[in-house]
Design a protein around this ligand. Structure first.
Ligand SMILES: [Zn+2]
Ligand SMILES: [Zn+2]
Length: 143
């Protein structure tokens, strides 16, 4: 049987949520949708993994909020850290990179939902900008 290698770990600010990831993580996308900005407070972003490669080692304070008809967000009900995003029907698990233990060795690859960007910042780097791109897409390279 193949033994999966631990690639990353993380958790919330108070430690009530801790997790381990057993696959290489996707580069980070920064999401400008209103729900991400509102739940995170400024901007949010996600890396992703397959749900079966995410092991929750502590989840006492993990609460899921159904943020739309299709999606839900996992956060800590004690310290407020916003960590997970996924479709209720399944698919990739989005993980806020700020929750990861460092070094993450990740890079930010693109901006998504840029048509909903807030008016309190500028979007002026050279990264690709994809209006409407999903949080959990595997394919992120431009083309
Ligand atoms: Zn917490
Ligand atoms: Zn978003």
């Amino acid at each position: 049987m193949e033994t999966k290698k631990l690639r990353a770990s993380g958790g919330c600010l108070c430690g009530g949520i801790r997790f381990e990831i057993y696959q290489p993580l996707r580069p980070v996308v920064v999401c400008h949708c209103k729900q991400c900005r509102q739940t995170a407070g400024y901007l949010n972003g996600f890396t992703v993994c397959l749900p079966e490669n995410l092991i929750l080692t502590r989840e006492e304070t993990l609460t899921w909020y159904e943020s739309s008809a299709e999606a839900k967000r996992g956060f800590c009900n004690k310290c407020g850290s916003s960590i997970f995003w996924t479709y209720k029907a399944g698919g990739n698990m989005g993980i806020a990179p700020g929750s990861l233990d460092e070094p993450t060795n990740l890079r930010t690859a693109m901006h998504i939902y840029t048509e909903f960007a807030g008016d309190y910042y500028e979007l002026n780097d050279d990264l690709p900008k994809r209006p409407g791109q999903r949080h959990d897409d595997d394919i992120l390279e431009p083309g």
